[in-house]
Write a new protein. Sequence first.
Length: 289
Amino acid sequence: MPAMISHYLFSKRVLTKISQAYPKFSINDNAYLWGAQGPDFLFSHKFLPWQKNHRSIKRSGAFLQKGSIEDIINMIKNYFKDKTINSLELSYIISFLSHLILDKNAYDFVSFNAKKLSEIIPRSSTKGSRNEQKSALDIILLRYEEQKLPTEINLKKLIPNDRNLENFIKDFYLNILIENYDKTITSREIAEALKDFKLFVSLMIDRTGLKKKFIKKLEAYFKKDNSISGVIRDITENDDYDYANFQKSQWAWPIDSNKIRTDSFFDIYESSITEAVQIVDSSLLNFPL
């Protein structure tokens, strides 16, 4: 549910704690970076406007996001049944699982704020406002963790080219999705999704701030919502909205829920790090290497 930079920073924090507990664990950097993005690459499959009439497997990403952590762990264990997992594979799986934990824990918070933002931002939709919320959290978290601006992060370096790794990713998702979701999914479609994700990331890079301004003008001219401009990060977040809930305002999701919360995004983020380390420690780090 959070966006690309947030998941990258989250995975770094999780890895720091795992490395402290397991100093002999050898991490594969490329695999860990890709795993940090979880199944999000699937959502980019056939995302271009002229591809809308082609079959897309993007809904398989939602299937993995919505599955319980226990079910996901069982899928992982079934995939590696009777196999010896190597460092590349384990590195990917650790950050993949961490990604899903943060997604689940942040879902209600992001959904609530997306709904509220859609009521404030002109010509916005819930989807576009969700993208705005996630982009703002990227900006805020990057400043919190590394005192950097989004323009200082090369998004392409978060998804490095690595043929061996991509072969594993294709095999892993093909097996998981065929066994648990849709038997008609093909390796070619997963490869297409990986390629489309790289293109999507490239298109969303805005080193000057001009791209977002231009797209917002196009959205206004064609009377479109903010779905596209929302995924492009500004230099800093808009001061008119408390995206991370620093003020500890009350919120609930669903909106009419009686369970009132005051968590900030940082409360959710920090507690998710602890949870991810505990789950990885108990579920994955006993795999034979």
